[in-house]
Design a protein around this ligand. Structure first.
Ligand code: GDP
Ligand code: MG
Length: 163
């Protein structure tokens, strides 16, 4: 029960770093789902006095490249079913990749809120580079550094506004 936000994105963009930051800062409970479903983690976050469930997706990394895009898309579709809102995480250190484009294609079709988060914006140079992400065509776009925590408050404000 309750409002659920899923964090999706290709491997290595910083999803788990962001997830852990949300839980750590808000002293939430981490329920590590072990065994067969090791590809997702569930937690509870709190912001502006509002509580919501957070899902960290994508721990599963397929070994062969041809199933890779399929698998990632499948994870996005599962997240779309489970969640009320999606954080679509990307990485300005690598820029927009084919996999980002593929995920964007899936996420543009939902009527649920999608928050495009451009991560690893650690300095002003990175912020300049990050403007290319406007090209993915999402209305809600946020630039942050999950490692330092800068910029995380803005996206949390936007998410909790809808709860
Ligand atoms: P995931 O695969 O999407 O869950 O990504 P992780 O959270 O595991 O992070 C992948 C790598 O990116 C790790 O080495 C993180 O320390 C690094 N990382 C995450 N957030 C940031 C950030 O804001 N800035 C920088 N420079 N590195 C980051
Ligand atoms: Mg991860």
């Amino acid at each position: 029960a309750g409002y659920t936000v899923a964090i999706v994105g290709r491997p290595n963009v910083g999803k788990s770093t962001f997830f852990n930051r949300l839980l750590e800062q808000r002293k939430a409970i981490v329920d590590d789902v072990s065994g067969v479903t090791r590809d997702r983690q569930y937690g509870i976050a709190e912001w502006n006095g509002k509580t919501f469930n957070v899902i960290d997706t994508g721990g599963f990394v397929p070994k062969s490249n041809d199933v890779f895009e399929q698998e990632i898309k499948k994870q996005v579709l599962i997240a779309l079913e489970e969640a009320d809102a999606l954080v679509f995480m990307t990485d300005t250190a690598t820029g927009i990749t084919d996999l980002d484009e593929a995920m964007a294609d899936v996420l543009r079709r939902t009527t649920k809120p999608v928050y495009l988060v451009v991560n690893k914006v650690d300095n002003n140079q990175r912020l300049l580079e990050a403007t290319e992400f406007y090209g993915l065509g999402f209305e809600n776009i946020f630039f942050l550094s999950a490692i330092s925590g800068s910029g995380t408050g803005e996206v949390l404000d936007a998410i909790t506004e809808k709860i």
